[in-house]
Design a binder for this molecule. Structure first.
Ligand code: ASP
Length: 467
């Protein structure tokens, strides 16, 4: 008999069906044995009655997380047993046959409850069990819906999805990059992308006018609460646009996103308020103000634009750096100062952030598309001619072959889903997250590699850092 999904049982009242899934709970009342079975679509209560002897005996042996194929009759529950408001609360499966497809060890934590209170390291080690729980499964289902919405929206608006390389040369996004040693050229390394920034700009030079990608970004940052070494952006770039075009496009997209994917939520202010970086610091003391009217309302969404970011900033060591990245264009009013190299920290870029409920969702900018201006930024950042050529020669060269004016944005998908699902951190909305210090507790990475691999790569480990 063909398998029925548990969510579809309500349509099969009075029929015999086969369902397959995991034992959620078993309640043994001697004569009556109740088992809740769970599959990816939902749960149902089943009952084994003593008159189906074989099935009853089998039902008495099963334990939580065993995998079963159960044959049974879909019965309506008597009126007073109806559990209104939950899936299958009005039906029950009368078990006529049980086939044990696999047994399970006793899980290290119970899955039929919310796993929020379980030690997080334990949840990470047994992620495949954690993901069986309702909340975690639902977060992943919603993640898929969110990504599908954005992908469809992009396609409907004439964007094409282009995959850019994972093995690349370093790109400056303000973090340390992960490097991958080359086997063929010992002593040389690839970098993993901190974002597809340079490639998406090169797509614009290529005339691929509207690019997008659900892009994986990798940044080797020291453990910082909510950060993950890998995260996902809805990365996009357009040519022949102004900052206003990108803000309008993005705002319309987010409003439609909330209406379609999260209709129970409400946006507190439309159009989204716009605040200059300077005013935001002066008024709220930071550049990601939380503008919610009622911070206890889980459905309130307070979006805001922060605009006119400075182009340059001092890093921790007092060196001048790019506040966002060195590809942002300069505001017309500040070009003079920029060319003269005066009062650098007062120079503003055509860059903007989207903020939601006190979190930065995204940064973006109108880019530089002229080689001489791009060179000037590198100059002011103190990057020598030699280093410029070595690191960014390809960009400077590309800009000399008819680079169009362009700009883009890259909202963080994990953060969006975290906020929409009212989760406290992005690990709750990522299928296989890492710990704050970059460990994968399930697979056990990072891990050592064999001497043979090291030899092939021409590498030798000098000394291990103390744990
Ligand atoms: N690449 C930038 C980032 O990752 C986003 C952008 O400027 O489009 O923040």
């Amino acid at each position: 008999m063909e398998r029925t999904l548990i969510k579809d049982l309500g349509e099969k009242i009075g029929q015999e069906v086969v369902i397959k899934g995991w034992v959620d709970v078993r309640r043994d009342h001697g004569k009556l044995i109740f088992i809740d079975l769970r599959d990816r679509s939902g749960k149902v209560q089943m009952v084994a009655l003593p008159n189906h002897t074989e099935a009853h005996t089998a039902a008495s042996t099963v334990r939580p997380e065993w995998v079963l194929a159960v044959t049974g009759l879909v019965n309506k529950r008597p009126e007073k047993m109806v559990n209104a408001g939950i899936l299958n609360g009005d039906i029950e499966l009368e078990i006529t046959g049980v086939e044990v497809l696999n047994e399970s060890l006793t899980p290290p934590f119970s899955i039929n409850e919310d796993t929020k209170l379980v030690d997080e390291n334990l949840r990470m080690k047994y992620k495949y069990l954690d993901l069986r729980s309702d909340r975690m499964k639902n977060n992943l289902i919603m993640r898929d819906k969110v990504i599908s919405f954005f992908r469809d929206y992009m396609h409907q608006n004439g964007f094409i999805e282009i995959e850019t390389p994972m093995l690349m040369k370093g790109t400056p996004e303000g973090s340390r990059e992960y490097v991958v040693p080359s086997r063929i050229e010992n002593g040389k390394f690839y970098a993993l992308p901190q974002s597809p920034q340079q490639f998406k700009q090169l797509c614009m030079v290529a005339g691929l006018d509207r690019y997008f990608q659900i892009a994986r970004c990798l940044r080797d940052e020291d453990s910082r609460g909510d950060r993950q070494p890998e995260f996902t952006q809805l990365d996009y770039e357009m040519s022949f646009v102004t900052q206003e075009d990108i803000l309008q496009f993005t705002e319309t997209m987010f409003i439609e996103f909330v209406e379609k994917v999260y209709p129970t939520k409400h946006i507190s202010q439309k159009p989204f308020p716009r605040i200059s970086y300077h005013d935001s610091l002066a008024k709220y003391g930071n550049d990601k103000p939380d503008l919610r009217q009622d911070k206890n309302d889980p459905n309130e969404l307070a979006f805001a634009w922060i605009v006119d970011f400075p182009m340059f900033e001092k890093d921790a060591e007092g060196n001048i750096g790019a506040a966002h990245h060195p590809f942002c264009s300069i505001k017309d009013e500040d070009v003079d100062k920029f060319m003269k190299g005066e009062d650098l920290f007062s120079i503003r870029a055509n860059s903007y952030d989207l903020v939601l409920n006190g979190y930065e969702l995204s940064s973006g900018s109108i880019r530089i598309h002229q080689a001489d201006i791009q060179k000037r930024v590198f100059e002011l950042l103190g990057i020598s001619e030699e280093e410029r050529q070595a690191k960014f020669g390809h960009m400077l060269e590309a800009f000399q072959y008819g680079a169009p004016p362009h700009g883009g944005f890259a909202p963080g998908i994990d953060r969006i889903i975290m906020l929409m699902q009212n989760e406290p951190n992005i690990r709750e909305v990522i299928a296989f997250p890492k710990t704050g210090d970059g460990k994968d507790l399930l697979m056990g990475s990072p891990s050592v590699v064999s001497k043979k691999q090291l030899d092939e790569l021409g590498l030798e480990i000098k000394a291990k850092k103390k744990e």
